[in-house]
Design a protein around this ligand. Structure first.
Ligand code: HGY
Ligand code: MN
Ligand code: MN
Length: 417
């Protein structure tokens, strides 16, 4: 194994990750939802770091913050190095944030060494990848990739605030969204460093992995209407208990996903109304997140789940309404990017582990626009979407060194698709 790089930029990046984790909407835990006060604080903090690096940050109409590092001549097509700075609730500090600060660290190292590349580098901090606040997700990266659905502006959060209103309150102008879209001629490729959020790299005892593809995902919202009633006077056979129906449905999701290779199914949110100890729940809403490694298996899995949920509703005499939230096809990482990342990892004396991503990522938005790829970094126990999320500085150092090796070897002529 070659000597570990131990880059000065790594130490600064790790410190910045700690600082960025302070920008939260929930004191004592890291929750930074799209267009929230914490998102504004994070945008201001990242803006300051871009300026410290001698870059000129720009806030776009959907709340992404970006900065450009020119190549050997101004105006060359850019390698976008990006990820997201929004988080789930009670999140870890590395999901998304690591990829943004690693992009900045790569630019800072190149500037420190006075290096210029035959392409520009654009570092972008997307504002909404998790889709925790509004019904859709990937808003930031879809806008940059020219795939933003303007209908999403009418989607509302749990308080009934639409995305459009939240943007305007944030000081953004939604009429400027279309202008964010990058033209294919201006983008060379897309690269994202992200924690693996799984156990594969740790099990292989390797720090880095090359992502081959990103999962096919569908989110839906289920609403069950039963009949509220007195907990003491309604005999069991006469009940139309919406929460008992939901419970059977949730176990069905688990059973069906367990029975289909590569499929995962999650119910992360459940609301029961009226929510009184002595009232049979009449209304229940719950979320559905269904995924599989490819579109065909995901669609078949979703259909199997929906058929079962409807059968349960019919048998229990409750109504079931399912509204489609967000759907994202599986995305394939470009072979040339995969090969470049594998070569960079090998050049450091490590073995590049190829693996598929069960998590969705901003990189999915770029598959149609340009060659895209992802580098995974080992994280402790594969834990993520959890404050216990952890990486080591040594691994982060190797990741930065691999990214630098990748960008230095990247030949634009080989990427023309
Ligand atoms: O849900 C996901 O896979 C990602 O963390 N947004
Ligand atoms: Mn992420
Ligand atoms: Mn995430």
């Amino acid at each position: 194994m070659t000597k570990l790089p131990n880059l000065p930029a790594t130490i600064r990046m790790m410190d910045r990750l700690e600082q960025l984790a302070l920008d939260t909407d929930e004191p004592g835990k890291l929750s930074r939802l799209y267009l929230s006060p914490a998102h504004r604080k994070a945008v201001d903090r990242v803006t300051g770091w871009f300026r410290e690096a001698g870059l000129t940050p720009a806030l776009d109409a959907v709340g992404n913050i970006s900065a450009r590092f020119e190549g050997t001549t101004p105006g060359l097509p850019a390698l976008i190095i990006a990820s997201h700075i929004d988080t789930v609730r009670d999140a870890g500090k590395y999901d998304g944030n690591l990829g943004v600060l690693a992009g900045l660290a790569v630019v800072e190292e190149l500037r420190r060494l006075g290096e210029k590349l035959p392409f520009a580098i654009e570092v972008i901090a997307f504002g909404d990848e998790e889709g925790v606040r509004f019904p859709i997700t990937l808003s930031g990266s879809r806008a940059v990739a020219g795939r933003f659905d303007m209908a999403a502006l009418d989607g509302a959060d749990a308080d009934g605030i639409t995305m459009r209103a939240a943007m305007e309150a944030f000081g953004l102008d939604p009429t400027g969204i279309a202008a964010i879209a990058r033209k294919p001629k201006d983008v060379l490729a897309y690269l994202e460093l992200h924690i693996e959020q799984g156990p594969v790299l740790e099990a292989a005892d390797q720090p880095l992995g090359v992502v081959t593809s990103i999962a096919s995902i569908q989110r839906l919202a289920a609403t069950i209407k039963g009949e509220a009633g007195h907990a003491g006077t309604v005999p069991m056979p006469y009940r139309h208990d919406a929460l008992a129906a939901a419970a059977e449905m949730i176990l069905a999701v688990e059973r069906i996903a367990n029975g289909r290779k590569g499929m995962v199914g999650t119910v992360g949110i459940v609301h029961a109304e009226p929510g009184a100890v002595n009232v049979i729940p009449g209304d229940v809403r719950f979320s559905l997140d269904l995924r599989a490694p490819n579109d065909e298996d995901r669609i078949a899995g979703v259909n199997a789940v929906l058929a079962e949920l409807n059968a349960i509703a019919k048998r229990r005499g409750v109504s079931l309404d399912l509204s489609a939230g967000y759907e994202e096809k599986a995305a394939l990482c470009h072979p040339a990017i995969q090969e470049g990342l594998a070569a960079a990892i090998r050049s450091l004396g490590f073995e590049p582990i190829a693996l598929a991503s069960g998590a969705g990522h901003d990189a999915m938005s770029f598959e149609a626009l340009c060659p895209m790829g992802m580098l995974f970094l080992r994280c402790k126990g594969g834990i993520s979407h959890n404050p216990a999320e952890e990486i080591t500085q040594a691994d982060a150092d190797i990741a930065l060194a691999a990214m630098l090796a990748f960008v230095r070897a990247l030949d634009p002529a080989k990427l023309r698709i």
